[in-house]
Write a protein that binds this ligand. Structure first.
Ligand code: HEC
Length: 182
């Protein structure tokens, strides 16, 4: 009987319905521009910074003036924790965010800022997402091996993947007015 009860409990816990009942929503929450601002932009910037400064070097001395200036710019919590994952762990984190972010850009139902559907069924958009995932995975692998040269090179391909989508679906002759996502 006890065994049966255990089985029953396991069935209830792991049945697909149980997961769905308490699961997260399956629809995208934000539009594509918000996803770009929240995820692609800050994490790509971290990687572009890595091309300028090798991860894991010495931090500059934090004088009170510098701390105040950084706080004013970023906010006190962000500035206090800015260096907590500094170095290779931060590179790995940014690479994972971008690689998995590529999947979020491909979600069915995602709209662009102008209300048009994100072009998730267009071959060049899909290729842009694939290039982002592939290049970010290469950054991740290089970061895990702490191979600065490999990471530096892979970041160029991350940049290319952004451009691959943007040249068609974001930046026109007048990128502010250009009908995006078509
Ligand atoms: C799969 C295609 C695709 C990839 C890959 C992609 N983007 Fe985008 N991005 C878009 C599209 C389409 C828009 C326009 C979205 C809109 O207007 O809703 C956009 C818009 C943006 C914006 C402007 C958001 C705003 O405020 O209007 C930024 C910033 C941005 N992308 C950054 C990046 C960076 C950095 C990368 C590379 C790491 C990247 N994107 C990769 C398709 C892509």
């Amino acid at each position: 009987m006890k065994r049966f009860a255990t089985l029953l409990l396991m069935f209830t816990l792991f049945a697909p319905g149980a997961a769905l009942a308490q699961g997260i929503t399956e629809e995208p929450i934000g539009n594509l521009a918000q996803l770009m601002r929240g995820l692609m932009f800050p994490n790509a910037n971290k990687l572009f910074d890595v091309q300028a400064v090798e991860p894991g070097g010495e931090l500059p001395e934090m004088t009170p003036e510098i701390r105040d200036a950084v706080s004013a710019l970023m906010g006190s919590t962000s500035s206090r924790f800015a260096a907590i994952y500094r170095g290779w762990p931060e590179v790995e984190g940014a690479a994972v965010a971008l690689a998995d972010g590529a999947k979020l850009a491909m979600m069915e139902g995602r709209l662009c800022d102008n209300g048009l559907p994100a072009p998730v069924d267009r071959a060049d958009y899909i290729e842009g997402a694939r290039l982002l995932e592939e290049s970010a995975v290469n950054v991740l692998r290089g970061a895990q091996e702490q191979d600065y040269e490999a990471v530096w090179d892979a970041i160029n391909y991350v940049n290319d993947s952004c451009t691959h989508c943007h040249k068609t679906y974001r930046d026109g002759p007048d990128s502010r007015q250009e009908p995006r996502c078509q």
